[in-house]
Design a protein around this ligand. Sequence first.
Ligand code: UTP
Length: 289
Amino acid sequence: MSSISKYSKINSLKSVKKCLFPAAGYGTRFLPATKAMPKEMLPVLTKPLIQYGVEEAVSAGIDTMAIVTGRGKRAIEDHFDVSYELEHQIKGTSKESYLTEIRNLIDNCTFSYTRQVEMKGLGHAILTGKTLIGDEPFAVILADDLCDNNDEDPVLKQMVEVYEKYRCCVVAIEEVPKEETNKYGVIDGKIVDGNESVLRVSNMVEKPDPKDAPTNLAIIGRYILTPDIFDVIENTKPGKGGEIQITDALLELAQQGKVIAYKFQGKRFDCGSIEGFVEATNYFHDKAK
Ligand code: UTP
């Protein structure tokens, strides 16, 4: 899809206008690469993970990016800013086109940042983003979960459509091998409207042992959240690993029937793990051939 047609879809009548990127984590699984460089800047081919995420948000009609950063994450801000010297240097050469996609994002989106001072977990990172989101529904992308589907129907766009139908929180889920449930938030729920891809969530557990997992339906790094989640997170106690877990906060809304789980169409790569990162690199390399 050309960049012009992508951006022309963005308009102020959209139900979900902002996307939050929690990007303050330490990325310890990728040390030493992540010692001085944010995990979100690791490239799959030539593009950093977070740029894939921003492009997915744009494809869902979102033009306002809210990024939760932390110490050592300045490269993210620099990436979504112009680099006059570099652009001047390659102007008129064959290399100019390498910057076209990122330049389009910079010209057509707004990027704002806030810092999570203490890394107290994903729920806490989302709460830190409240100041950038305000009182409206918003999307959340964890950039290290790299998703791909055809250009017409990216994963976040599918989720915005589900949100527009049910007007409550939506979490993306996929089936994982039962022995891997201890890496994910896991849900249980009932199919809604006879659509096997849509479940009303009745239970959620953070990283359960396989023997305690209610199902093998795992939450991946895509959410649409309603702003009432902020009050709930404020009252959520630290859970698994001593961190404030978004799963625990969402469980409270789920018990009020306010959370939908959606089995998305497409592929997902856990680029926070070495195996997932290598798989994504091979996949995108094959796709680009
Ligand atoms: P992860 O647990 O996958 O990221 O958190 P991590 O902690 O950076 O990675 P490892 O396990 O040490 O390798 C999921 C997402 O939540 C963000 C991370 O940046 C990642 O995008 N996060 C997590 C925060 O922003 N703040 C936190 O306190 C924790």
